[in-house]
Design a protein around this ligand. Sequence first.
Ligand code: PMP
Length: 547
Amino acid sequence: MSTNNGHTNGTPDIKWLEQLANQFFKTAPNDASSIPTYNIDKPASGVSPSAPDQGNVKDISHPQTSLPDPHFVDGQIPKSVAGSGGVASFDEQLQQALNSIQTFTPGSQLPYVPNFSEPAFYFLSGKQSLKDGNGLPANVRAPFDVEKVKADFPILAEKINGRNLIWLDNAATTQKPKLVIDRISYFYEHENSNIHRAAHELAARATDAYENARKKVQLFINAASPNEIVFVRGSTEAINLVAQSWGDEQLRPGDEIIVSHLEHHANIVPWQQLAAKKGLVLRVIPVDDDGQVLLDEYAKLLNAKTRLVSFTQVSNALGTVTPAKEIVSMAHAIGAKVLVDGAQAVSHLRVNVQELNCDWYVFSGHKVFGPTGIGVLFGKEALLNETQPWQGGGNMIKDVTFDKTVYQPAPGRFEAGTGNIADAVGLGAAIDYVTHIGIDLINEYEHYLLVYATNLLKQIKGLRLIGTAADKAGVLSFTLDGFKTEEVGAWLNKWGIAVRSGHHCAQPILRRFGVESTVRPSLALYNTCSDIDALVEALYKIRNKVY
Ligand code: PMP
């Protein structure tokens, strides 16, 4: 058996396992009768023993997780494994839930019809106005039953200070659906092993689960190949990886890096550190008073020395959705590479890295209903393969002698050591969840919630919304006259409402608006109009000092 365990190009190649299985079972490996149930006397076949019971593919050439996982049959997006008998799969359960939501009548769930007399945002006027239709934007299909979605998240049933938890801190981290929690438990109960390089059953299961998660990410952001998906700890690590590998290798004194004024510290500090080390120049795209980047100013910054543009797709402090495609193509026009920080984008809008044509894209699992400690660096395959590895160690090598090391191609070359296997699998489950509900539907629903909340907040005297760009997602940052932001946060907590107050790791952009901190409610698919009503009611109480 080769030391290169059969995992080439990031996808499991289990020919060697197949041969092994053939040796032991002497029957065709895809013959169901040859697939063992748990039996310690028999060596592992590489096929999960529980797979046949779950109606799974039994073909050893098509590895899959031990959970029903119809997602990658021919690389197609999900078909339910309904009809396999036994307990309904998540697909079936969710489908049943979604079928029943068509009965949702928006009017019955809207306790308050906002006042549209003074629209200040594009989405508060014109054809997308809530005035259209039954209190919903005309182009919004009857949305999912948000109460059913909410019930998928066990933590949302918590009581905080005697009230139902209202989680409006989604930009900091999202809550996890039961599906994700269960998937991680399942991994530790039935699949846990280190991945790659082993002939035993659990190594095969764990490897399958991990590599399938990679494929899920690939489809989720429409990368061209799973080899373009590197698992990392999160957005911060992904950006540092690019800075310390590509940046350290490619950039020369005097080269310029452009970031926007909106950036999270994670997309400022690594470039500043690199600039200090290598004598680079950091330039900043300014924003207008609504918090949108100024493309004409950006154009003026681009020049022959510009080697990299690194910017956020959605601002975590203001919610601004930047014109990412334009920013990328303007950078490419002068030959610069582009990194897009998608930490705040992935849970709110459809991401298509091929259409965006960025060179790297980063996001964190925990911001998209997955676990903490796992995230993604997407990079164009050729670029990843021509970039020196970041960290050295196990897993990322093809061959090691005391003279030299030959590295694996991507993604292996950037995954030194034992990674966060279980949480990668959990992230895969989170992507399943989002995919099954539908990211476009989520986007429309949240847009509606944002409109609803914006209208109500605007009517509170003394409340200043910070970040009023025409294109926004998920975030409502504000200050309240006469109150410190942390005071507002603490009072809201008293009523079970979780919001973040502070600088949101984006000090430059808050200072651009003359503040050091804001209160920042931020939305996700499980938030409701009642959550917003509770927030608004609490803010009126705080403002009127009725505690
Ligand atoms: N970029 C943006 C826009 C963010 O909002 C965050 C997290 N707040 C990060 C990067 C860093 O993400 P993480 O802490 O998960 O690495």
